[in-house]
Design a protein around this ligand. Sequence first.
Ligand SMILES: [Zn+2]
Ligand SMILES: [Zn+2]
Length: 136
Amino acid sequence: MGKRGRPRLPDEERKKRKAKRYREWAQRHKEQVNLYIKRYNERLRLSVLKVYGRPNPKCSCCGESELKFLVIDHIQGKGNIHRRSVVGKGGGYQFYRWIKNNNYPSGFQVLCHNCNMAKALYGICPHEEKRKKEAN
Ligand SMILES: [Zn+2]
Ligand SMILES: [Zn+2]
């Protein structure tokens, strides 16, 4: 006892070893880890949607309220450029994390996938186009 004990490793080294052990564990439990990450990301996504779509998130264009269809849209457009500038090439979830970490900045809204895609592809959602025509 005592004398034979290994000398305490510096924190840095201990952290490195811990991270390595975790990586090895994660390698052996890939499915479990992926599922966990997926659930965590989904919770994060829903919590962000709920902040922008209080109290019940729905598409601000067509009113779709199925949460699985909803996304956060950059109101001014250019969402992809902004997204890339804040999270690099990483996928959508990093974007949701960025929003949360930045205290839910303004300039975003809730849209459904359809309206969001249409806006990105055509610059305007056909719903919106129709509304404009009807208004004239
Ligand atoms: Zn919609
Ligand atoms: Zn629409």
